[in-house]
Each structure stands twice: as C-alpha cells, then as structure tokens.
Design a protein around this ligand. Sequence first.
Ligand code: ADP
Ligand code: ZN
Length: 746
Amino acid sequence: MSEQPAPEAFPVAQVVLVIPADRAFDYRIPPGLQGMIRLGARVSVPFGRRQTQGFCVGLVAESEHAKLKDITELLDAEPLLSPTMLRMTRWMADYYACSWGESLAAALPGSMRRVRRGRKVRTVLLRLDKTEAREEAERQEKAHRPRARVLQALIRGGGELPLARLIGEAKTSVSPVYTLAKSGVVELVDREEPSALASLGAIEPEPPRTLTEEQATALASITSAASGGGFGVTLLYGITGSGKTEVYLQALAEVVAGGRQGIVLVPEIALTPQTVSRFRRRFERVAVWHSALGDAERRTQWQKMRAGQVDVVIGARSAIFAPFPRLGLIVIDEEHESSFKQSQSPRYHARDVGVVRARLENAHVILGSATPSLESTRNCELGKYTLVRLRERVGGGRLPEVQRVDMRQEIAELKRFTLVSRQLHEATRNALDRREQVILFLNRRGFSTAVLCTNCGTTLSCEHCDVPLTFHKGIGRLLCHYCFTELAPPSDCPSCQVPKLVYRGFGTEKVEDELRALFPKHRLLRADSDTMKSRRHYENLFEDMRAGEIDILIGTQMIAKGLDFPNVSVVGVLAADAALSLPDFRASERTYQLIAQVAGRAGRRSEGGQVVVQSFDPDHFSIDAASSHDYGSFYKQELENRRELGYPPFSRLMRIVVQGKQPDRVRKFAFRLKGELLGAGGRDEVAILGPAPAPIAYLLGRHRWHLLVKTDEARIRRRVVDAVRRHQALRGAVRCQIDVDPYDLL
Ligand code: ADP
Ligand code: ZN
C-alpha cells in the first residue's frame, strides 16, 4: 500500500464509509473522475438514500458486484490520507476492534468528516439570571422535563452553550429550546467561531538552555538513537522538576533542523498557556491542537501541518494523528496518564498508537514521566525500550519531605471526625504566615458523597444508574456524576418515608467550607469541574496563582499535574487511599502516581517543600513508597502482584461489556458469549474472568455485565475481536462493547 498504483488502470474504487460495519464498498469511478481518485482520497458517494463521505482504500480492475453506483464527487485535490495513515488506521481497526471507517474518522478532524461548510455557530443564551433560571427550571420540571433539562444544562454551562452541545447535554431535540426561545427565556444567536490561533499572540523567543550533565547524557542517548533515522523508543524517567521538557525541546530542535517534524502529546489538562509558550519560544512554526479549537481552526491547522508548514504540534490525545509529511519524533509527556486512552470507540491509547506510527514512519519516540507506567518500565527491562534517567532536580532542589498521617488515629485522638489533620492544619498555617501558597488535593467533587437513611439504611442512588448521588451544596441539588441527572434533596427517605436522611462522605465543596472556617482571612479557590467550566476559568486560575492572588488552592486531579507554581510550599493530600478501594488492578499504581504527582507540586523552589498525605491506610505499599519517593520499590512490589495475578504487563486484557434493558437477557447473553470466546483458543491460551455484573451494574438505564479476557496471543485476540464484532453487527436488544487494553474497569 505504500505505493500509489497508476490510477487510470482501475475503474473501481473500494471505499470505506464512516459507519460501524468493518468493510469497504465498491464504487464505479465515473469517466469524469478517471485517473483522479487515488488511495486516501476523500469522496462523496451515495449510500442507501443519502449522500455520504468515504475514503478510497483500494483501486481494482473489477468488482464481483454487477451493479455499482458511481462516485459522486472527489472532495479534495490531494488525497487527505497518506499511505501510512491508511496502514495505521487499518491496524487500529484490527487491534481496537472498531471499523476502519471509525478509526479513519478518529484520525481526521471532525470538520473533515462532514461536507458541511460555514463558520457561524448557533448558540443559545440564557436570558434570566441564575436564581430566576433555577426557579424556572423547577417550574418546568413539573410542566415539561426536557425544557427543565435544557435550562439545567444552560445553568451548568454558565448561561451560554452552542445549540448542538446543549441538546446533547440535555438529551433532547431542538424543540424545547425553540419553545423556551419563544417565551423569551433563552435567545438563539449566531456566534463567530472562537479563534484560538488569534489569541496566541506574539512571543519573545528564548535560546536553548545549557544542559545539566544528566540532561546532556539523556539528550545524547536520544539523538544518537534518533539520528540513524530509525525507529526506537526511549523512556525518559525523570523526577518532577528534573528538566525533562528541556530535553524534549532540544531533541525536537535537532529533528526540526533535519527537516522533519515533531509531535508533542501532553494530557489535555496540562496543555496550559505556560506549557504551550515554552514550545513557542523555541520554535517559530508551532501548532496547538486541543478540544476547544473551532472547526475552521482545526481545518486550517491540519492543512498547514500536512503541507509541512508546521514544525512542532503540541496537543492532547488526537494530535497523535497530525498529518506531517516527514515525522521525526513523537514526545509523550506524562506517558503513564490514562487520559491518553480514549473512552469512546475507537478506544485507542495514544501512546500505543504513537509507537506503532513511529515504527511505520521510522520515527523516534520519547516517553516521559516521573512515575512511568508498569508497562513501559517493563518494556525497558525486556530491552524493547531504552531507559534514560534524570535523578536530580535542576538547580539541585530537593524533593519535598512527605509526612504521612493516619486519619484513624487522628480521629481517635481528637474524638471527632475531621477533614484536616492537626499536622496539615499547622503546615498550612505556617506556610500562610510565610506568605507562601498551599495546594489541597481531593479527588472527589461535591459536598457530601453519599446521602443515607439512618432508619432503613438506604443510600440514595440515581434512578438511571447504580451510583450514589452526590450532594452539591452550591446548587443545592443531588447529582449523578454519570448521567448528570439532578434533583432536589428530599426531606424524607424515598424508601421508608421517614425523615432520617444524613449526609456522609466529603468532596471538594466541603473541604472548601471547612478551610474557609479555619482561615477566614485568606483567599481560597476551588478548582474542580464544577467551578472550571471552560478553558478561560482554568487560565484565570493559573494567572491568579502566579500573581499570588490565591493563598489556598483546593482541587481535584485537575490541579495534580502540569502546574508549576514556585511559591507553593505545602501540599496536602486529603484522602490518599480514596482510589485503593476501587475494583481495578491499577488502583495501587494510580495511588502511587497521584501522590507522587501532587507532591511534585510542592517546593519547586530550592528550599524544598512539605507534603502531608492523609489516609486511613498509610502503610499501604503504594502510599509508603510514594511518600519516600521510591519508585523502585513500588515497581518491584507491584510487578510481583501483577505477575501473580497475570495482569498487564504479563498479559493483555480485553474487557467486554454486555448491556441491555432486561437483566435476564443480558446475563444469558454474557454466558453465551463466554462459551463462544472459550472456543476461540485452547484452554491454556485464553483465560476469561466472568461473566459477572460490572461494578457499576446499572448505568443510564441499562443493566451491565462484563467479561475480562486475558491472553498474549495475537491470533486469539483476533478471534475474540471477530466474535464480538459479529454480535455488534446484529444490534439486538442486548449490546456488547469491547475495550482492548482497558483502563476503565467500572
Ligand atoms: P520536568 O518536566 O522534569 O518536571 P521541567 O522541564 O519543568 O521539569 O524543568 C523544571 C524547571 O527547570 C523549569 O523551570 C525549567 O525551565 C528549568 N530548567 C530545565 N532545564 C534547565 C537547564 N538546563 N538550565 C536551567 N534551567 C533549567
Ligand atoms: Zn445516573
């Protein structure tokens, strides 16, 4: 496929459509387009009764079908997809069990998948203030639920949302929106698409820094591997603040000097103006790729990259598909981050796709992390990747001292429940006295994380999901974090009708309340997805922290990475063991990573900082190892655990979720599927756990069962994928999904 056949000779094009069926359709190339349609070309074709877009993936002399429809239109002068992109997306379809059309769609910006043009975005504005809007929503709740949902979505969106997004979030059609518009509650306007490029502005260039010895050694190892022009992967394992980014920058500079291009992936949340500007100071032709880009912007950037007018793209997950003509280097910062894994089909992992792409294009890959994934460290041990280490902080700063607090003991000694231990309270007070900043971390939003009845023991859960409702004090509502259903807190238990409901568990809202009480004169900011609705909020937070206008920052994982504030000297982790109780074999690894990352926020200046880690299980090996900055001993122990249980990196997993409205049919289907899958391999070659009800056994109105397939054999994985695909094609009352190398096991 790497060579374009002479197109004249082939009157039939094989076209892949963006649909779930994994097959190509034959179309006749009409005389007017003869010789013009090449592999990777985007075409418009009739399909059923409509006109749709597709991609030419093959050119043949004849078709086995007698009557072929004609291709209607060739949509671009040049093929949109290179032969490598075709190969990579074909690999994705096979590996991640999606259709080729779906993996092609994932690799292209959304605007290229539609024939639609135009730059205006229909936007809905709320015409009421917040209180009025809430009252109106209450009223509509009784009169017309879709209208109530529209209002709630608008309130959550800060009073303004694009129409398409609004109806998606409110799970409704446009008609309730129009009704609300007629009565003057909302207004529809056409907004210009926001331009992210325009806001980039001019920037002062900066020369490369003189590397430390460690950095120089790391760079030399990378460039000598990369200069051969061959494929290779380097794991750059460097503690927080060790100067990994400088190494990326200089490795990229060499690649760019050689006329090739580089992709830098960072977790979406770390794609801050600060991060972007570090790259823009070094390279003139930088593109930024993230989810907030408008369609027109995306198209322009994509075309520039394809034309070789961009040297470096920095972006989130989907930037891995940047259409560079001569890709030389892929940098994946925070390679252990699970946000590189897409949760919707195609459920690809950008790091793994990156390694495959680099192999196809003879490029080099740098995986960077202070807490590498077990998979990548193991690949170094096996000699597949090269390990390069940075052991010291630039400028000689020490890693912060970590204090572990046993909250069982703390509560026993105080004889009352508390969120903030005496140690953390004191450390915070001292830091504030020294006019330094404090970050408090808790990975749960809301006020109370459970509402339960002390009379009958019922925990209030969502009517559509088997998930406890969280009380959000700011809006005075109970919220389901999975389907966004919200309702007013009842006064009586819905199950026994006795007014004995109590609010338990704590989220960031409660921490904020408590801290305000403890430090009434200081400036607090809470950063979670309730308060940080847009990029703009997040950028403000950033500037305010830098300017010293915030004393205490309280937040979820949103603040755990990518932020580098020199004046933060104390970091508190409020419930370090929160993730340990989850039924997920990565629970320990996540706990280790989170503590290490959060701790890395403290003491970026040379005096070193202080970290207080509170938990009910302080002796757990992941908390213990993270507290002594000992990745080595964590890795050893965790690797042993995985080996014993046969989990990755000792096997590959595929998770199959079966769901439907009738619990009996779901269960039966899951057992039948297991039978089929066992037939896919010999007894020793495939291990299947389950079927069992998924940890979230009921979600968005559907019952869920799951199966976990463990196997190392590519051949068997193929058969499992094929079996699941056959069922997916049927689309009956019970549906199944497959997730290859899953990160979400709930
Ligand atoms: P990491 O990504 O490993 O956490 P950074 O790349 O953010 O670390 O580096 C930490 C700090 O050290 C940054 O402020 C960076 O500008 C600075 N720095 C990195 N390398 C050098 C160097 N060789 N000389 C001087 N300062 C450096
Ligand atoms: Zn729900």
